[in-house]
Design a protein around this ligand. Sequence first.
Ligand SMILES: [Zn+2]
Length: 175
Amino acid sequence: MSQSWSWLGELLFPSLPQVEVIRVATSGSVVRVEARLTESGAACPSCGAWSERVHGSYVRYPSDLPSSGRLVVSLLVRRFTCGQASCPQRTFVEQAKGLTRRNGQVTERQRASVAGLGLALAGRAGARMARMLGIRASRSTLLRRVMDLPDPAVGAPVAVGVDDFALRRGHVYAP
Ligand SMILES: [Zn+2]
């Protein structure tokens, strides 16, 4: 039964083979996609030990990018018990790598899109553009996403222009 939606899983979650679409339901302009993860277990975020001891499960609703309708992803996630006696983390929730992150309310692709809008347009204009694209993100969210981006690596300059050279020597060619 779940196999019938595998094509949709590939379409909606490309390069995320561990995400399996279980069911799709439409209601008005809302497309609700129910998905789960297919891994047999997960690694504990604290100690790294692999666990397949399911403690429970619940549904997460990470906010995703809009499609032709409003796409609602409901992701069934499991909570696992860490088997390491010395580990301070008794239980943990599995993460869909590339789709969600711990305590994240949005999908990674929405996070990346909002960061891109923030970089290109900054706060106010970026928030306006996000609204036009159907993404709910405030001005402060845009700025926060930009601040979350890793700093670019600082390397040696690729080329030194003639102006840089002249200024360094104390010459100014242009008034
Ligand atoms: Zn652990």
